[in-house]
Write a protein of this length. Structure first.
Length: 120
């Protein structure tokens, strides 16, 4: 196959870029000579395959840890706790004093005072 001087110059630059890239990626077995590169460009040479022994994905082996089982010392371990609720009769409600500051209200008079303070 005959190449013009312009084609030779162009393929030489591309070959240098290709080889530089392969060297940077540590794929030295995929670097080519000028003749190989020209054959590669004209589909006469198939690209070299990387080593078949290269592991593409490595999975980490995680050891199995069994779940905690309750013993006599901790029968409630892992059990959901009940939500605490107020069961007394002293606090009649909750008011907001300033910037979401919750304040317990004991009687009607205190609720009126808090409302007046809030409104100014």
């Amino acid at each position: 196959m005959k190449l013009t001087n312009l084609q030779i110059e162009m393929y030489t630059k591309r070959l240098q870029q290709h080889n530089k890239q392969m060297k940077q990626q540590n794929r030295l077995n995929e670097m080519m000579t000028f003749v190989e590169y020209v054959d590669y460009v004209y589909n006469k040479l198939k690209p070299l395959q990387s080593d078949k022994n290269v592991i593409l994905f490595q999975h980490r082996e995680t050891p199995h840890y069994p779940s905690h089982k309750p013993t006599n010392l901790s029968p409630m371990a892992g059990m959901r706790q009940e939500i605490p609720t107020y069961s007394g009769n002293l606090v009649t409600g909750i008011a907001t004093m300033h910037k979401s500051n919750a304040v317990p209200v004991i009687n009607q008079q205190q609720a009126i005072e808090i409302a007046k303070m809030r409104r100014g």
